[in-house]
Ligand binder design. Structure first.
Ligand code: ADP
Length: 545
């Protein structure tokens, strides 16, 4: 017997239609690439997204299944392109500008992108790269006629605002199946070539509902939300969908992500919730430390993920400014949110010293994410908070394969996706990432968590950034080397760091050496590139090995 309820396809442009209809006057405030602050509303964005869809179909030949790339910061224009292209049944492929030219040309050709929408900041990059992109028909420059570069050598350059002026704001969205692809995002490919994750309308709508839940980001129409995490980093962690779904005001930071610029918008636009990787919050932390008169009167929640969030960040914002820092975890393959460390009734009843170590973990799975840890043979491991194993996930917003059937070994016959992370799950259900499987340090057959070492080292005065890698050792197979970037002017030395770490971790976890560098290499998604670090220290010799 079937239920007798109505159905409508879960298409992402319905989210924008809802925002325009019921929250039409709610603002989207952006720091534009051209400079000034720009203000618009959901109602205007909806009209412009429809206008773009109509003209993209007519003039650019975009239709169902066409892949259109964007290389753009978080602004209102990126949002309307996002909905306009997806609303046609076409696919938005977000390009990360931090990728190397070789990676960019690989993924653009691999995806078969037909048009690329670019912010002014990236015109020069594509003028150089376009000869390696023979299938790209042309470039739409996301600006107005006054700022359009007159002498650009881009192939078929189109001015975005001029294009849009020819569109029809009353364009009716076509109807299609909710499983139609709408987004494409490549993982940064720390091993092998980048692999494409293909989101569907349905997966994005379900994921946005999940992210909105009170135990995840708790987004409401009373919030002003600033996605500092870029739209090219896995859907701005759903905020490009979940904000309009809930009618929340959006504050888009554009190209300026430094501490001072982020602070300025947080306060001037009265932001209540923001999301970004720990590096961004470290920059804000430094800005606030050097300007102790500054306050964060409206900010209530910070959602932090992408790499492990150091305790100092959670403490600093919590104790000084009363901001609840929520640690989360996810992956491009998971749309991307997989967990959030918000309290349950049982953990809320714990005393502060009982709850604190749990709050530092990556958190628990919301509805629609199924999660388990297994040994190498695939057997499930207990949730005792100590046993660690391969973290595997399932759910309607988790990839079931990569684009063009690559990387099939990550998916097993029962549909579980192997995240490549190593984790524990405690009796309360809180998951803790110990490491990425390829980054764990194996010393004398036992595992040392590189993340744990980094999190502790970053708490030592004078340390700006810390990375731990395992290097070959004649006796123990591998031992940890700690690589440190000092804060400007700090004199912190090896003895200071070792003294700070002693007693905070098991003795045999202590690094065998500490080296100081000017800069630690990062991947395009802002994570420490352990691959590049291991390469850099390939010829390193232990002091007394
Ligand atoms: P990429 O692999 O392309 O850098 P992702 O953003 O998809 O991009 O990276 C996902 C990985 O990032 C996870 O598998 C995990 O290793 C790491 N990660 C994400 N959030 C956290 C977190 N809160 N703590 C530790 N690691 C994290």
């Amino acid at each position: 017997m079937l239920g007798l309820m109505q159905d409508f396809p879960l298409l992402v442009h319905r989210v924008l239609d809802h925002a325009a209809r019921w929250h039409g006057e709610t603002e989207i405030v952006s720091r534009s690439v051209e400079g000034p602050i720009h203000r618009t509303t959901y109602s205007e964005i909806n009209g412009r997204a429809r206008a773009l869809a109509s003209v993209a179909a007519r003039r650019l030949g975009v239709g169902q299944g066409t892949i259109v790339a964007t290389m753009a910061w978080n602004t209102w224009r990126h949002l309307e392109i996002w909905y306009g292209i997806m609303g046609l049944g076409a696919v938005v492929h977000t390009l990360n500008p931090r990728l190397f030219a070789d990676q960019l040309d690989y993924i653009i050709n691999h995806a078969g992108d037909q048009w690329i929408f670019v912010d002014l900041s990236f015109v020069g990059l594509f003028e150089k790269l376009q000869d390696r992109l023979p299938r790209v028909k042309g470039f739409v420059v996301m600006t107005d006629a006054a700022h359009m570069p007159a002498a650009t050598t881009l192939r078929n350059p189109v001015c975005y605002e001029e294009l849009l002026a020819q569109g029809d704001a009353g364009f009716a969205w076509p109807q299609f199946d909710e499983n139609t692809a709408c987004g494409l995002c490549y993982t940064s490919g720390t091993t092998g070539n980048p692999k494409g994750v293909v989101y569907s309308h349905r997966s994005n709508v379900l994921h946005a509902l999940m992210v909105s839940l009170p135990d995840v980001k708790a987004i409401s129409s009373r919030d002003a939300v600033m996605p500092v995490v870029p739209m090219f980093h896995a859907n701005a962690w759903s905020l490009a969908f979940s904000c309009p779904m809930n009618g929340a005001k959006m504050v888009m930071p554009g190209p300026k992500l430094d501490g001072a610029s982020v602070y300025e918008l947080l306060t001037s636009e009265r932001v209540t919730l923001s999301s970004a990787v720990p590096t961004v919050w470290m920059m804000l932390l430094q800005h606030l430390e050097t300007n102790p008169d500054l306050h964060l009167p409206d900010l209530k929640r910070l959602f932090i993920g992408g790499s492990a969030c150091p305790e100092v960040i959670i403490k600093f914002f919590g104790e000084r400014y009363g901001v609840d820092v929520i640690h989360g975890w996810g992956m491009t393959e998971m749309s991307p949110i997989g967990s959030a460390a918000t309290p349950t009734a049982a953990t809320a009843a714990l005393a502060e010293d009982g709850w604190w170590p749990i709050k530092l973990k990556q958190g628990r799975a919301p509805f629609m994410v199924d999660m388990k840890i297994t040994d190498d043979a695939g057997q499930s491991l207990p949730h005792d908070g100590k046993t660690f194993g391969c973290l595997k996930v399932k759910g309607p917003a988790v990839a079931r394969s990569y684009f063009r059937d690559e990387g099939t070994q990550a998916f097993d016959a029962d549909g579980w996706f192997d995240t490549g992370d190593v984790a524990t799950i405690d009796p309360y259900g809180f998951m803790h990432i110990t490491d990425r499987s390829k980054d764990v340090i194996k010393s004398g057959g036992e595992w040392i968590s590189s993340i744990e070492l980094e999190n502790i080292a970053i708490g030592c005065a004078g340390v700006l950034e810390a990375a731990a890698i395992g290097l070959p050792h004649p006796k123990w197979d591998e031992r940890p080397l700690l690589v440190i970037v000092r804060k400007a002017g700090a004199q912190t030395c090896k003895a200071d760091i070792m003294a700070y770490m002693q007693g905070r971790i098991a003795k045999w976890w202590l690094p065998d050496d500490v080296v100081f560098v000017d800069e630690i290499p990062h991947t395009a998604t802002g994570k420490i590139s352990k691959l590049a670090l291991r390469e850099r220290f390939r010829d390193y010799r232990w002091p007394c090995a």
